[in-house]
Design a binder for this molecule. Sequence first.
Ligand code: MN
Length: 424
Amino acid sequence: MSCAVAQLLHGSENKLYTQRSICANVNLDPLSPFNKLAIPPLPESVVVYDSTLRDGEQMPGVRFDLEQKVAIARKLDEVGVHQIEAGFPAVSGSERDSVRAIAGLGLDAEILCLARTLEQDIDAAVDCDVDMVLLFVATSDIHLKYKLKMSRDQVLERAVKSTEYAAAHGLRVSMSTEDTTRSDLQFVKAIYHACHEAGAERVGVTDTLGCASPEAISHVVGEIRSVLDVPLSAHLHNDFGLATVNSIAALSAGAEAIATTVGGIGERAGNVSLEQLVLVLKNLYGKDIGISTEGLTELGKLVFEAARVPLPANQPWIGSNAFSHESGIHVAAVLNCPLTYECVSPESVGNRRRLVLGKHSGTSIVRNRLSEREVDATQDQICEIVREIKRRGEQHGRVSDDEFWTIVKAVLSGSGGTQNCGEG
Ligand code: MN
């Protein structure tokens, strides 16, 4: 792999560094070569059905207006998401309007919506003219007893009837069992089997509470796969921080469709993050699922802005710190060769590198910034600039670009000190 660095290095104000890299043209694998030792068995094609507009919007306190939903749907389509879960039409009139609007955009992505196993919900889905309805019914004993107040037989009957009803109204059907990971799998299998017979083209496992380990997900998906030859989806949650890992477990065990949300937003700790799933498959396992990564950071910004939620700085790949370096040791190495501390290039996910000034800064970044503006300084002056950056960094963390140039001016116009820089 070439380490073409000439245009890789961006400053804090998006200025291009022109430093030549000593690792250019060197054949380096940016990722662990051990990844290739055990690639999980993945399905031929992976379908992403993104639920940013449904489960994502169910993040407490979040609501998207019609304009925002349309913009997000267009961007999801642009990056190549295969299916978009546009909403839950039974929730409200405006929710129905937005699902209908998205279904009418003529996007390449198929448009899905959520519905309970109730005729009024299915009528609303029909009214929205979606490609597929995601029917769901709870199957765990705790949900049957304390939520639905129904017996297993009643739940099974309703699931089948609503599948037939939706199919009779021209909808393609996916039937998900809510809280699958706390359900009796014999009952779950019976529902999938009956609903498939009734016309469902896909069935769905859910880890509604995010309470299952990767091994449990493998077991559940494998069990269903062993008795049923129907496309299987997985809707997973991140309560233990395992959503992405569990999505890989589900795919390896035979699921082919995964529900994601941008940045993993959603109920409680959220869902499988779209960008994490895509990057894990592509970069760790070499599986391109047809979703382009270059637009992911822009998509993330769009969604978090619309949600009025700060995009965490340390969000994998799309956060502002995903490619930021402050430590003098790291910056010096990255300026020589980004692969020293970056295993994925910022450009490949539409993000950018930030070389941050603070208490951990060293001389490399100072030399680099000065040479960028063709400012000459002696070694002593550079050392004094570094000392002042460290002093200010100790006081208030980050040192801004403006502050940096103020320091430079002060040092260059004054009489520089003669101590060493205090860095190894
Ligand atoms: Mn959910």
